[in-house]
Design a protein around this ligand. Structure first.
Ligand SMILES: [Zn+2]
Ligand SMILES: [Zn+2]
Length: 335
């Protein structure tokens, strides 16, 4: 029997374990994918650490998958064997709930999430619903584009929400937490002529220098005020205290977008910080439209990801490095 290998989560709070399994079969509407690279997202940490409380168990994490189509199930059109494809967090939606029917499939009432409620890409192979896979073409290295599939897509959706209603070219944008998503988004926003202000942990000179090298016009600590008020701010770090900090930094009518799936509690703050029509928003998941837009713009903007590669068997080490802030850019597993 042909086999695959996967890093499996048996129980939140325990390390992933390498397991061999029978190679899965692509069912109707599915494709079997040979994984070439899978990015390590902060959401994977929230799954492994038990902060996201409803994983399928056992589960194979990973939702920034770049691979090649190895088998095609019945009824799948539009993909060919050997084609390079990407699989994001949004694994499937119901198609019939009020959200799916109103262009908000990211809020679907019965969604499937890759690497959370269905097996993901910390593996040599994975099966995905073909309708939620994206052709990636042949441009770019597998590992270097893997972070596009979540850090890129969620960053893009957050950015769109930050800019909605004031898409001016001279928009000033703050980014709190300069990890994988921020390092991609800073490149896109600067390429579009927006001025990016990067906020990092206090004293993290390396991250501030990294942000400047990717186009940020200013970089400082998250408890500092930027040199000018911001039109909008996006928070990627999972730290609730950054919400009042970002509200202080945005101008009247400004938006504070929380881009993560999990955040520590937001401390109470004076109403004056929210007053004058400042907004706080969260971003949940992605739509396929977000993905198509980002995958079109990223190559044009020349987005290049700084990645640290880990062999699949060292997934636990990659997660620890991300948890402890030892990474610049993104971690990527390579089977
Ligand atoms: Zn739905
Ligand atoms: Zn993610």
């Amino acid at each position: 029997m042909p086999i695959m290998r996967a890093m499996v989560l048996d129980r939140p709070g325990t390390p992933l374990v390498m397991r061999e399994r029978p190679l899965p079969v692509a069912g109707a509407g599915e494709v079997l994918i040979e994984v070439k690279a899978c990015g390590v997202c902060r959401t994977d940490l929230h799954v492994v650490d038990g902060e996201l409380t409803h994983p399928k168990l056992l589960v194979v994490p990973g939702h920034e998958i770049v691979g090649r189509v190895a088998a095609i199930g019945a009824g799948v059109g539009g993909f060919s064997i050997g084609e390079r494809v990407g699989v994001p967090w949004l694994g499937a939606t119901c198609g019939v709930c009020p959200y799916c029917r109103s262009d908000a499939e990211n809020l679907c009432d019965a969604p499937v999430f890759t690497g959370y409620t269905r097996d993901g890409g910390y593996a040599t192979h994975t099966v995905a619903d073909a309708r939620y896979c994206f052709a990636l073409g042949e441009h770019g290295d597998d590992a270097e584009i893997a972070p596009w599939l979540c850090a890129g897509l969620i960053g893009w959706r957050s950015y769109r929400m930050a800019g909605e209603g004031k898409a001016g070219k001279d928009m000033t944008l703050g980014i709190y937490g300069f990890g994988a998503a921020a390092h991609i988004l800073a490149q896109v926003a600067s390429w579009q002529g927006r001025r990016v202000f990067a906020f990092t942990r206090k004293g993290d000179a390396a991250a501030q220098e990294f942000a400047r090298s990717l186009g940020a016009v200013w970089a400082g600590a998250s408890d500092e005020l930027p040199p000018e008020p911001l039109d909008a701010a996006i928070i990627f770090a999972p730290v609730g205290a950054l919400v009042p900090a970002a509200l202080k930094a945005v101008k009247k009518g400004g938006r504070v977008v929380c881009g993560g799936i999990h955040m520590s509690d937001i401390p109470s703050f004076p109403y004056a910080l929210l007053w004058e029509e400042r907004h706080i928003l969260s971003v949940a998941n992605l739509t396929r439209t977000d993905a198509r837009e980002f995958l079109e713009i990223a190559p044009k903007a020349g987005v290049s990801c700084a990645v640290t590669r880990y062999p699949l068997a060292r997934a636990n080490e990659a997660l620890s490095d991300l948890r402890d802030g030892r990474l610049q850019g993104a971690a990527v597993l390579v089977p």
